[in-house]
Write a new protein. Structure first.
Lengths: 114, 110
């Protein structure tokens, strides 16, 4: 079974631009969560989608948004990029939106904002 | 908001020495999960603990969940170079939210 895939793997943008990242979950998984990882900050939860509905949201500004499609694929968008948005963005999929479900992570998209 | 504190942030050990990382919550957790992230990789699920006082072993790794379900530990016996990485705990709080620890980076000294 194919794992979680994320595209693109690397991205360089400049301040003020916007970016869209994509995540394809494991087949059959209906929940997708997004995380931001920066050195020394661990994993910061962005949001979770289940059956095309946002179930949970972390403490990030409104510039960060996401959506999920009927095939469970998810996208996240960051508008008006700032230097501090440079990070590894990870998505994780699970069967359900239960917090006890194992999270299967993708390889991440490394975003650099210049 | 609720936090899961994980210590230490870094630990340097000689190969063959033991390693332990601890997670502590101010509130009761319904369960706790452990993940490992290799350098340049992504977090990979290791184990989930659910019961008070639960102890689980995976080869050289021993996981414990405290009696009060507020703390947990991961102990690695006789570390090997393959153990290098960052170990994260993630606890489920009373609101069924998954709260992540900041991770402990295991560094093996040459």
């Amino acid at each position: 079974k194919a794992g979680v895939t994320q595209t693109p793997r690397y991205l360089i943008k400049t301040r003020g631009q916007q970016v869209t990242l994509s995540c394809s979950p494991i087949s059959g998984h209906r929940s997708v969560s997004w995380y931001q990882q920066t050195p020394g900050q661990g994993l910061q939860f962005l949001f979770e989608y289940f059956s095309e509905t946002q179930r949970n949201k972390g403490n990030f500004p409104g510039r960060f948004s996401g959506r999920q499609f009927s095939n469970s694929r998810s996208e996240m968008n960051v508008s008006t990029l700032e230097l501090g948005d440079s990070a590894l963005y990870l998505c994780a999929s699970s069967w359900t939106s239960s917090s006890t479900d194992t999270q299967y992570f993708g390889p991440g998209t490394r975003l650099t904002v210049l | 908001g609720q936090q899961v504190m994980q210590i230490p942030q870094y630990q340097h050990v000689q190969e063959g020495e033991d390693f332990t990382t601890y997670c502590n919550s101010s509130t009761t957790l319904s369960n706790i999960q452990w993940y490992k992230q290799r350098p340049g990789g992504h977090p990979v699920f290791l184990i989930q603990l659910v019961k008070s006082g639960e102890v689980k072993k995976q080869k050289r790794l021993t996981f414990q969940f405290g009696e009060a379900k507020k703390n947990s530990s991961l102990h690695i016996t006789a570390t090997q170079t393959t153990d290098v990485g960052t170990y994260f705990c993630a606890g489920v709080d009373s609101n069924y939210q998954l709260i992540w620890g900041a991770g402990t980076k295991l560094i093996i000294k040459p």
